[in-house]
Structures are given as C-alpha cells and as structure tokens.
Design a protein around this ligand. Structure first.
Ligand SMILES: *[C@@H]1O[C@H](CO)[C@@H](O)[C@H](O)[C@H]1NC(C)=O
Ligand SMILES: *[C@@H]1O[C@H](CO)[C@@H](O)[C@H](O)[C@H]1NC(C)=O
Ligand SMILES: *[C@@H]1O[C@H](CO)[C@@H](O)[C@H](O)[C@H]1NC(C)=O
Ligand SMILES: *[C@@H]1O[C@H](CO)[C@@H](O)[C@H](O)[C@H]1NC(C)=O
Ligand SMILES: *[C@@H]1O[C@H](CO)[C@@H](O)[C@H](O)[C@H]1NC(C)=O
Ligand SMILES: *[C@@H]1O[C@H](CO)[C@@H](O)[C@H](O)[C@H]1NC(C)=O
Ligand SMILES: *[C@@H]1O[C@H](CO)[C@@H](O)[C@H](O)[C@H]1NC(C)=O
Ligand SMILES: *[C@@H]1O[C@H](CO)[C@@H](O)[C@H](O)[C@H]1NC(C)=O
Ligand SMILES: *[C@@H]1O[C@H](CO)[C@@H](O)[C@H](O)[C@H]1NC(C)=O
Ligand SMILES: *[C@@H]1O[C@H](CO)[C@@H](O)[C@H](O)[C@H]1NC(C)=O
Ligand SMILES: *[C@@H]1O[C@H](CO)[C@@H](O)[C@H](O)[C@H]1NC(C)=O
Length: 864
C-alpha cells in the first residue's frame, strides 16, 4: 500500500489545502545560519518566481534557519533540510542548492518549476551540469516530483550525489533522457527510486544486469514501456522489496526468474498487456505480500497455489480473462486485507471461500459468481469496502451483508437485485459513505426515504415515488433512469441547517413534473446538474444564476419554456449547457461565460438572428442551434467559433470520465477535438459566409434545411478534419468543387435538394457515397447519380483517365469510419491534468475512492 498511501497523502494535501508548516529550527539557540548556506539559498530564491509570496520570510535580515522550509542542525547552524513542497513556486530550480554542504534532504515536489539552472558562479568555470562538482555529497533525499512542466533531458548531474538514498522524479518529463537506467545505476546507495509517469519509453529489456546493490523500492509505473519484463529486473542483487511497473504496456509472461528475488514483498504489474496464465509457481514465493496483476490479459484458471501464499495481504487479479472456479483455499489466507477478483470466473461461492479471512477489509468479487451462503452466516471479517458488481447476488439483498457494520463503500451494481427489506436496508446504507445500487431492478418507493451517504448511485432501477430527501453531507447523487415522479420542489427547496455539500445532481430520465423552483440558493456548490428527460415545465428560475461553480448544466428534453434571458456570464467554470428539445423562445441566449465549450440549444422556438456575440466565446467547440426559427444570414464571424485559435484555450487531457455519467467504463479518449456546428432546420438565408469553410478543426457541419444560397468554395478542401457534411435542402448552386475530395475523413455527405450543377468530380471518393447524397439537384450529373453527363455538362472540367482504379480505391476510403457521436465527449476535455491521470486510474480501483475522485475534480479547478 506504499504507493496508495503516498497518493492519498497528495490528495489530502489538496483536499484540505494544508498549508505548509515546517518547524524551523529552534530559535532559542540564537545560532544564526552559516553565511555560505545563506547565500546559496538566496541564489536559489533568485531564480524562483514566487507569485504567492511563499518565500517572504527569506529575507536578508532574518536568520536563514528561521526561513520557511529551512531546517538547520541545532548545534552547528548548518542547513540540513529544505522542504518546500506544494508552495506554488515557479521559475527555475537553481542547482546552487546542491552546494549546501550538509544538506541531506531536499523536497521541491508539487510545484510548478519549469527548468534547472546552474548557479552563475559555477556557470563561468564549469559550463555543463555533468562536470559540476557539488559539495553536497551528503544529500540523501531528493524529491522533485510533480513539477509537471519540468523537462529534463540529462540527469548526469545526479551522478555527483553519491549519498543519495531516495530519489523521486515522478511526473517530470524525462522522455529525452534515454540513459536513465545507466544514470540511476551510478547510485549504488539508492534505496528508493521513483520515476512514475516520467514518459520513459525504453526499459532496456535485454540488459542482463544493473548494479543496484541497495535498492529496496522501484516505482516505474505510468510510463510507456512496451517490452517484455526486462532481464535486469529479476537480477537485482539488493534483495529488492517493492516493484511497481503498473500502467505501462508491458508484454509477455511473468518470468520464473522472479523467484530469484527472495525478499520481494510487493509486485505490482496492474494495467499492462501481460499474457499467459498466472503462473502456478507463484505459489512458491512464500514471502509475497502484495500481488497486483489486475487489468492485464492473463487467462486460464485461477491458480490454486495462490492459496499457499499465507503472507499475502493484498491479492488483486481483477480485470483479466481468468475463467473457471475460484478455489476455496483462498479462504485460508488469513493475512489478506485486500482481495480483488474479477474476469470471467464463475461458480458458486460459499462460506468456505471466506472461512479464515479474519483480516479482510477490502473485497471485490466482480465476476459471474453465485452465492450459496446461509442467511444466518456471520462472516469472519468486518469490511471497509465491498464490491459485488456483476455477480448473481440477487434477487434479494443478502442478510449477511447487514453484519458489516464498518462499511465505507458498497457496490452491488448490476448484480440482479430486485428486492430489499426496506425496514433494514435504508438505515443500513445510511451509514455507508459510498453506495452504488445502479443497474438492478430494485423497486422501492423513495418518497419517505432519507439518503445520507456522501456518494449515491441509484441509476437504472425501478425506484418510484417522489425524489427522496438527502442530508446536507451528500455531494454526489445520481438517480437517473428510474420511475421517480411528482414535483421536484420539495427536494430542491428543502432548507438545510448547514450548507449542502451537493456537487453533482443527476435526476434525468425520470417522470418528474411541475416547475423548476426558484430555490437554487441552497445549492451553490453544484458543479454538475442533469435534470433532462423529465416532464418539467415553466421557465428556468433566476436563482439558477447563483450556481457560480457550475461546470455542466443539462436541461434537455423537458417542456421548459419562456425567453431564456438569464445572464450566465458569471458562471466562470461553465463549459457545457444543453437546453435542447424544450420550448424556449425569443432571442438565442448570448450571455454566456468565456469558458463555454459546448452549447446545445436544438429543437426549441428561438427566433432571432444568429447572434454575433456567440462568435466571441473563445472556447466554443460545439454549437447546436438546429430546429429553431433562426432567420437572417450567418455572420462571417462564425470563423471564430471552433477555430484553431480556440484550440489553445481548450484543455483536453485525453480522458473520459464517463464513470460519473451513465456508469460506463473509463478509458483514454482524446475527445477535446470533437467540434460540431449544427444550424440545420432554421430559416437562415443569404450566402454561406466563406469564412465558415475556414473552420479547419470542424468534424461535423450541418447547415441543411435552410434557405442558404451561394456555392461551395474551393476553400472547403482545407477542412481536413471534416467527417460529416450536410448542406442538403438549401438553394446552393454552382459546381461541386473537386476540393471536396480532399476531405479524407468524410464519411457522411449530403448535398441533396439544392441547385448544384455540372458533374460530380470523377475519380474521387465522392463516388463512394450513395446517390441519395446528391439527388434533387436537377442539373447535377455523373456517378453515383444515374444521370450521365453530356459533353456540355462536363464543361471544361478535365476528365481523368485513370478513373477506374482510383474509383475503386476511393470506394473504400469513405467506408467504415463510423461516427457515433455522443455528448459524452465533453468529459474528455474537462479537468484532468497529466499529473492526475494515473492517480485516477489507481484510485478508482478502490470503491470508496470515487468520492475522492470527485472531490479532486472540483478541487482541480482551483489548483491550476
Ligand atoms: C536538537 O535537535 C535534536 C534532534 O532534532 C533534539 O533532540 C534536541 O533536543 C535539540 N536540541 C536543542 C538544544 O534544541
Ligand atoms: C550560463 O550563463 C550564461 C550567461 O551568463 C547563460 O546564457 C546560460 O544560460 C547559463 N547556462 C546555464 C546552464 O545556466
Ligand atoms: C567544496 O569543498 C572544497 C573542500 O571541501 C572547498 O575547497 C571548495 O571551496 C568547496 N566549493 C564550494 C563551491 O563550496
Ligand atoms: C516521492 O517519493 C518519496 C519516497 O518514496 C515519498 O516519500 C514521497 O512522498 C514522494 N513524493 C510525492 C510528492 O509523492
Ligand atoms: C524530445 O526530443 C524531441 C526530438 O528532438 C522533441 O521534439 C521533443 O519536444 C523533446 N521533448 C521534450 C520534453 O523536450
Ligand atoms: C544476471 O546478471 C549476471 C551478471 O551479473 C548475468 O550473467 C546473468 O545472465 C543475469 N541473469 C539474468 C537472468 O539476466
Ligand atoms: C556494484 O557497485 C558496487 C559498489 O559501488 C561495487 O563494489 C561493485 O563492484 C559493483 N558491481 C558490479 C558488478 O559492477
Ligand atoms: C465449478 O463449480 C461448479 C459449481 O460449484 C461445479 O459444478 C463445477 O464442477 C466446478 N468446475 C470445476 C472445473 O471445478
Ligand atoms: C410517507 O409518510 C407519510 C407520513 O408519515 C405517509 O402518510 C405516507 O403514506 C408515506 N408514504 C409512503 C410511500 O410510504
Ligand atoms: C422493473 O422495471 C422494468 C421496466 O419497467 C420491468 O420490466 C420490471 O418488471 C420491473 N421489475 C420489478 C421487479 O418491478
Ligand atoms: C487538395 O489536396 C491537394 C494534394 O494534397 C493539394 O495540392 C490541394 O491544394 C488541395 N486543395 C485544396 C483546395 O485544399
């Protein structure tokens, strides 16, 4: 759990915004600091950009031993430790620090440093870091981790630090330090080495031996290693204790040479592409305490020999392709605290499988198990977290779970539950911080229920009645996809005795009725609000404007009406609004914040010009105004929307956080590029502004069913990302420019019912579309239309000779590029910085950590 605990520490730092208090050395001694040390510290300060004034105590007049983060030896007055983690420091790290003679401990982690510099004095005589001779041979602990924008191409300077025992460079970009392994091997004294998420690529798989004589902990998780497990790893002479290679792309099998590491206590290989069976011989490695092999491609049976590893405290083989039954000797592992099993294992589990698991705290059995357990069974354990999702637990919520009095998280989603003992059940779950009951068929009336968990997932059940009450501590509740009915005002207008913590509310896909009450002052902490797909009516009340932390607002598919004149421009975090499929009327809303990325207003009664103000939203990448009553022409300024310039402002981190939405799986997904402009089915007229065809980032363009005129300019060839183009049912004219065939990703094209003339450009992918893409243009001819072109129609267009061959090639070009296009895309572009990505994946292994993930989402906004 070493790894987890340090991450939790990081989280906690953020959660509670712990400010930095480090006991400076006792001033009773009146020992002022060493002059040389002081001037080296000042040199360091000189290259730091300290916008938050964290180093204000570092002034000339003060004793440097009393400076923030500085610790001196209380007998010699020499500086021994410098601890400045998470101080929002920017600028460069001056290596002058390494000349502080008695410095043993240096922690600059969790800052925003962007580079390393040499101290000027040294720079004159010694030009490169590799030739520097530092006098700090005493440095034992160096932590520069989580300086995300720090890129180090050369770690040679580290070789001067001959006493180094603990080195942490995690979350620093080392992609161009190809020699990292050799450099690290120059430190035989190293005990702990952490290079997690450093963009390392080469693990030197064929190197037989690396001289780590003392290494006890090696963390290389979250890099891009894609080889087999390297030879040197299982040839480390130090008797290594902990190896973490999770979140790489490692292939092949676990080599038997692993048995050469007799002291190995912890082996973490989660999230790789390792194959083969989980070896039976692992059962011979009696010292093993933590074995984490989840999220790989292991197949075959669950090895019964694992039941012999009596030292095991953590066993995680979930998310593999293991099949068959779970051996019941697993119930003998009396030291187990964590047991995570998943995949395609099946069979019947009985009390025997748990008989001696006295110490079990975290249990996940996420596979098709059935249970043959006496309802009166009293388990030997008291769990903190349990996940039985995807099992055949139902139909009745089992009695033995009620014996678990210390549960912090309960996940019984998709486990075929349909009935609960309401008298017991709601008071039982009220004591659990995180509950997930989603995707069952539980029927219960929630009208009189009060939910008290912090995190509540009730998605996709048969819950009926009105919305339940919630207590003020609830900060995540998702009740989407049930049969809840009645007005929402009792829920929303309930007054709490203290501020509600609610950050995420999803009541969409129910049958809620009535108006949206003007009670939003109770919910100022909301960041995600989904109330779509109900039967709500009336106007959106003004107090919604008080939600100034909101990120996502979704009101789609109700009967909401009125002029939407609210001023949302103070919602500085709002990125997504969906008002689609309602009855809003009047002027298209324009008072939107600069942060806005996705605006969906489709299928309403908005009747106005296309507002110029929308062009000024610098981050807008999706705008859907279709099926309204817009009139007038499209202003040329649309070029600002979704333009290249916007891209720089949009943060996309290649991450989809669907999990919080409809319970779908997490995955890497670079969706920040999903750009869409849909103005279809309005009364827009005039020429399509040429500028619009300069939107080179656009993926989807739909201007169909308007009264637009003009022609398609050559310029369209520059819209290289376009996947779908619909200009049908307008009055567009002229020829179809050959440049359209430059749009290599185009998989949907509809130019039908216009006044296009001439020949469809031959020998291009344009022939691979069906004829219906072009019908209703009486003067258009050529394949795929049945109408042949007469010489006149062809005009002076050059007829290409080799048409046949390329015709066939192009037939394939447009095919197979599906464009399932869902709104989940926005999630990808939200909050996660690179630094958090791997953390998320790791954290999500733990059921209760959903909570923390969500908190981080909120907090992350303030961190960056
Ligand atoms: C000096 O520091 C040591 C260890 O940090 C501590 O035990 C000792 O009490 C200190 N002495 C004085 C005089 O503060
Ligand atoms: C050394 O100093 C020169 C000028 O004083 C500066 O341009 C250069 O960047 C410095 N080099 C390093 C590695 O700090
Ligand atoms: C490094 O130490 C040596 C002797 O220990 C001393 O002569 C030299 O001045 C020191 N260099 C610096 C830059 O402090
Ligand atoms: C860096 O690694 C050290 C040693 O393992 C650990 O104690 C420290 O918490 C890590 N730093 C961060 C910011 O996680
Ligand atoms: C690494 O080197 C490549 C090629 O020189 C360069 O494109 C890339 O930006 C470098 N990466 C970093 C982080 O400096
Ligand atoms: C271990 O290292 C030695 C050199 O010290 C080498 O001869 C041997 O082949 C290595 N073993 C493996 C399995 O790589
Ligand atoms: C490994 O390093 C130790 C300590 O520096 C040294 O004594 C030993 O000879 C080295 N072994 C090899 C095989 O290089
Ligand atoms: C798996 O368990 C089921 C039911 O407990 C049993 O019928 C079946 O024979 C077992 N299969 C194996 C391969 O042990
Ligand atoms: C809820 O409680 C009220 C008052 O105690 C009661 O009249 C009503 O029947 C209850 N509704 C349900 C569905 O249990
Ligand atoms: C739950 O709802 C579904 C869909 O309406 C229905 O088919 C099913 O019978 C219901 N189950 C129970 C237990 O009420
Ligand atoms: C179409 O692509 C060709 C070749 O890539 C290029 O020469 C031409 O300029 C492009 N046309 C347009 C209008 O972008």
């Amino acid at each position: 759990m070493v790894c987890f605990s340090s991450q939790f520490y990081v989280l906690l730092l953020l959660l509670y915004a712990v400010t930095f208090h480090k006991g400076a050395c006792s001033t009773n001694m009146k020992l002022s600091c060493n002059e040389k040390d002081r001037s080296l510290l000042l040199l360091f300060k000189h290259s730091v950009k300290d916008h938050s004034n964290k180093l204000s105590s570092w002034s000339n007049g003060e004793d440097c031993c009393a400076w923030k983060g500085v610790l001196c030896d209380n007998t010699t007055g020499r500086v021994t430790r410098l601890d400045l983690n998470q101080q929002y420091l920017e600028g460069e790290i001056s290596l002058s620090l390494l000349q502080i003679e008695f410095l043993t401990y240096l922690d600059l982690s969790l800052n925003d440093f962007t580079g390393l510099t040499l101290p000027p004095i040294l720079n004159e005589s010694l030009p490169t870091p590799s030739t520097l001779h530092f006098n700090s041979s005493n440095l034992e602990y160096l932590d520069l981790s989580f300086n995300e924008d720090l890129h180090l191409d050369n770690l040679q300077w580290l070789s001067q630090l001959s006493s180094l025992k603990c080195l942490n460079l995690s979350e620093i970009n080392l992609e161009n330090e190809t020699n990292w392994l050799q450099t690290m091997a120059m430190h035989p004294s190293l005990l702990e080495l952490r290079l997690a998420s450093c963009d390392l690529v080469n693990m030197s798989p064929f190197v037989k031996f690396v001289n780590f004589t003392s290494l006890l902990t090696l963390d290389l998780s979250g890099n891009y290693f894609d080889s087999e497990l390297p030879y040197w790893l299982f040839n480390i002479s130090s008797g290594i204790f902990h190896i973490d290679l999770s979140f790489n792309y490692l292939k092949g099998r676990i080599p038997k040479s692993m048995l050469n590491l007799p002291n190995l206590k912890s082996l973490r290989l989660a999230n790789n592409e390792l194959t083969g069976p989980i070896p039976e011989w692992l059962g011979e490695h009696e010292g093993l305490q933590q074995l984490v092999l989840s999220e790989n491609l292991f197949e075959g049976p669950f090895p019964s020999t694992l039941g012999n590893l009596s030292s095991l405290t953590e066993l995680d083989v979930s998310s593999n392709f293991l099949s068959g039954n779970l051996t019941d000797n697993i119930g003998q592992l009396f030291n187990l605290r964590t047991l995570f099993i998943g995949g395609s294992l099946s069979g019947v589990l009985s009390e025997k499988h748990f008989s001696k698991l006295f110490n079990l705290e975290l249990l996940a059995l996420n596979s098709g198990f059935s249970f043959d357990i006496d309802p009166k069974w009293i388990p030997p354990f008291q769990l903190r977290e349990i996940s039985l999702k995807n099992t055949n637990l139902g139909p009745t919520f089992p009695e033995w779970l009620y014996t678990q009095r210390t549960l912090g998280a309960l996940d019984v989603s998709s486990s075929r539950l349909s009935s609960i003992n309401e008298d017991k059940f709601w008071s039982f779950v009220a004591k659990i911080r995180a509950i997930n009951l989603s995707f069952n068929a539980i029927s219960a009336d929630l009208s009189n229920v009060t939910l008290k968990s912090d995190y509540i997932m009730l998605v996709g059940n048969n819950f009926t009645g009105t919305l339940p009450r919630i207590s003020a501590n609830v900060f995540f509740i998702n009740m989407a996809g049930n049969f809840l009915s009645g007005p929402i005002s009792p829920f929303l207008c309930h007054k709490f005795s203290r501020k509600s913590a609610l950050g995420y509310l999803d009541i969409s896909y129910n049958s809620l009725t009535g108006v949206i009450p003007d009670c939003w002052e109770n919910w100022r902490g909301l960041t995600f609000l989904f109330i779509g797909s109900n039967k709500l009516e009336g106007e959106i009340p003004p107090s919604i404007g008080l939600l100034n932390e909101i990120i996502v607002m979704d009101f789609k598919k109700n009967n909401l009406s009125g002029e939407f004149s609210l001023d949302l421009s103070n919602m500085k975090s709002l990125v997504f609004i969906n008002l689609g499929h309602n009855c809003f009327s009047g002027v298209v809303p324009t008072k939107m914040p600069e942060s806005m990325q996705v605006m969906i207003l489709r299928s309403n009664q908005f009747s106005s010009n296309f507002p110029q103000q929308l062009c000024n939203l610098p981050s807008l990448i999706q705008l859907d105004l279709s099926q309204n009553k817009l009139f007038g022409s499209i202003p040329p300024c649309v070029f600002n929307i979704s333009s290249k310039d916007g891209e720089r402002r949009i943060r996309h981190f290649g991450f989809s956080i669907e999990l919080f939405w409809k319970g779908r799986e997490l995955g890497y997904r670079d969706t920040g590029l999903l750009r869409n402009l849909d103005l279809s089915s309005n009364n827009l007229s005039g020429e399509i502004p040429r500028e619009l065809f300069g939107l080179t980032q656009l993926l989807f363009l739909n201007l169909s069913r308007n009264h637009l005129t003009g022609n398609i300019p050559m310029k369209i060839g520059g819209m290289k990302n376009l996947e779908s183009l619909d200009l049908s049912n307008n009055h567009l004219s002229g020829t179809i420019p050959e440049a359209v065939s430059n749009l290599t990703f185009l998989s949907y094209l509809n130019l039908s019912y216009n006044d296009f003339t001439g020949q469809i450009p031959l020998g291009t992918q344009l022939q691979s579309f069906d004829a219906w893409s072009y019908v209703g243009n009486s003067k258009l001819c050529g394949l795929p239309l049945p109408k042949n072109c007469s010489i006149l129609d062809v005009g002076d267009r050059r007829v290409q000779g080799g048409a046949n061959k390329s015709q066939i090639e192009s037939l394939y070009l447009g095919m197979g590029v599906g464009f399932a296009f869902g709104l989940w895309g926005v999630w990808g572009s939200l909050f996660l910085s690179r630094a958090w990505r791997h953390k998320y994946f790791l954290l999500l292994d733990h059921v209760a950590d959903w909570i923390y993930v969500f908190i981080v989402l909120k907090i992350n906004k303030f961190v960056r």
